[in-house]
Design a binder for this molecule. Sequence first.
Ligand code: PMP
Length: 385
Amino acid sequence: MDLDSWQQDLRADFPIFQSFPGTAYLDSAATSQKPRAVLDAVTGYLTTGNANAARGTYPWANRTTARIEETRDQLRRFLGAPEPSGVHFVSGATEGLRAVARDWLAPLLRDGDEIVVPYADHSATVLPWQEAAALAPGRVTLVPMPYDAAHDYDYTRLAELVGPRTRMIAATHVHHVYGNDMNIHRLRAAAGPEVPICLDAAQSVGHLPIALGTLDVDFLVFSGHKAMALPGTGAVWSRDVRGPAFAPGGWAGTPNTAGIVSLAAAMTWLDRAGLDRIEEWNRALATRITEALAKMPAYEVLGCQTSLADPAVQQRQSIVTFRHREIGSNDLGFILAGDDLLVRADGHCQGPRGEPTASVRVSLHVYNTVHEVDRLLHALSALDQ
Ligand code: PMP
């Protein structure tokens, strides 16, 4: 099957686009739309076997507990996880990253320790390390992650910054503003064998195949709702080889059973669709936008542009962020919304070393079409003066 008909079949799986055929949803980095299989799995669960998990001994309860355990195994396979490893369900990347920082790292910190923090990444992968440092006894230094001019991590300088007191390196897989793959396969060599790495995979899970075996990180955190599952879903995967086992503190309470069912259905749907092809589709659309904007003088694309053709250097994934040189980004967002082009226009929750002013972010997923992208480009070119 060619890529176009493959994509058309997949798009037909999303009921929201049948309700709003003329609306181009271009904000999947904020949250994804949901395929029918996910909605059906949730309805099926709630109408035929809804019960609490890990308590109760009747069949619905046992079945719910079993589904949660099966979903943990499915997630390990989905991420290509080396065994043994832990999976903890959380409400999203924010909660997951805070749990790693507060529950795992903070009790291990001592006076004089250091944490490498990526200050130009999402605030959700900056603030938790500040919290952990504040909880620690004595003084813990937050060392800024070095970046190069293309917004990739500067692994040469990072290797020089890592020392015997480095207790954690926080990093992001795909940047939520610049859209670039941060070349995480190079991170372990720079970090050395001892330092734990916590990877924010909020913008990569569900968008491209994840091979934890080759990434060699200790924690991977993501939001299920950006990967076709329901809001309020996500997970922390932990490897437990560079320190104690990750065991989130506090009172666990009832898990998000319906959300975990949705996550299982989402992974099944993504696997069936093929993450290689999803990545290929999204990258092709993002490249189309980047290349068209490069020819429109009114626009400035943030992050990598020329290096798109050189995948060894940097790969743009499914996100393109830009500014109009005259029109404010918030105004541009309103103008585009008037044409049923739903983009994100603000500062994108970037950390303190992020962009100084707002921008417009277009973020794609496999349901987006070439026609939608061309509608966007047409609307933008009308303002290119
Ligand atoms: N990290 C990144 C890179 C993100 O893009 C986001 C979501 N915008 C988050 C973390 C936080 O995710 P959530 O809001 O689902 O907790």
